[in-house]
Write a protein that binds this ligand. Structure first.
Ligand code: NAP
Length: 246
């Protein structure tokens, strides 16, 4: 159980982030539901948690904005006194082939997916160090583990997140803070909804368990890493991908 814990999930207005927020709340954590532009969807996540008897509130912040993340961290610590679980889930894609990928598409993806996680860890690390406890879980991707044609920017950001995870794990372990990454495979969310049926069918053929994953599959792994039972696990990458990265 995560009773008396406060958790912040970035990008929790939809998809995997929402499922993680619901799961952590179901286990008793007070959940701060971060979003960038989807205020209504974030409020929907909050209402779903409240309807199930949990505690949640929505917090707007663009994770790629260093200063805004600093202000968010200050607000969270002032209002809640501490943060126990930080899930860096916010992420975007701007797919394209290397030869034609724009500088803007490269930068936007790196700024959101990789720098966004750095921004949050950077601004919350003082509170974590002071508490001498904490869990940081970064949502990477199978694309960061294996690479993926047409996703050089995204794969670089997700591989970078693995390096960030391992370095932060080494730096913070002595103070009781565990830092791990979860690498989802092909999960059914808005991010993958735009793919055409043919590509989806081909993708399923690459998944040994033979099905597309659900956001709840990822939430279960995050809940495990956030729980008391995972206190001796740090610097790891847990692939939750139906076997794609075997
Ligand atoms: P999604 O449905 O597109 O949702 C993305 C979430 O990120 C939304 O809540 C969005 O908030 C938020 N977000 C985007 N930019 C943000 C920013 N600058 N600041 C704060 N929040 C921001 O995506 P998803 O499929 O659930 O993916 C969640 C994470 O899992 C991502 O990191 C993704 O790379 C990773 N992942 C997904 C898959 C997959 O197959 N779906 C596979 C591997 C890894 P708004 O609604 O406010 O824009």
């Amino acid at each position: 159980m995560l009773t008396d814990k406060t958790a912040l999930v970035t990008g929790a207005s939809r998809g995997i982030g929402r499922a993680i927020a619901l799961k952590l709340a179901q286990l008793g954590a007070k959940v701060l539901v971060n979003y960038s532009g989807s205020a209504e969807k974030a409020q929907e996540t909050v209402e779903l948690i409240r309807a199930a008897g949990g505690t949640a509130e929505a917090l707007q912040c663009d994770v790629s904005d260093f200063q805004a993340c600093g202000e968010l961290a200050k607000k969270v610590i002032a209002e809640h006194g501490r943060l126990d679980i930080l899930v860096n889930n916010a992420g975007i894609t701007r797919d394209g082939l290397l030869m034609t990928m724009s500088e803007e598409d490269y930068d936007k993806v790196l700024d959101t997916n990789l720098k966004g996680a750095f921004n949050m860890i950077r601004h919350f690390s003082r509170a974590f160090l002071k508490q001498r406890s904490g869990r940081i879980i970064n949502i990477s991707s199978v694309s960061g583990v294996l690479g993926n044609a047409g996703q050089a920017n995204y794969s670089a950001s997700k591989a970078g997140l693995i390096g960030l995870t391992k370095s932060a794990a080494r730096e913070l372990a002595g103070r009781g803070i565990c830092v791990n990454a979860v690498a989802p495979g092909f999960i059914e969310t808005d991010m993958t909804a735009a793919m055409n049926e043919d590509i989806k069918k081909k993708a399923v053929e690459q998944i040994p368990v033979g099905r597309i994953g659900q956001p709840a599959d990822i939430a279960e792994a995050v809940a495990f890493l956030a729980g008391d039972g995972a206190g001796y696990i740090t610097g790891q990458v847990l692939c939750v991908d139906g076997g794609m990265a075997i």
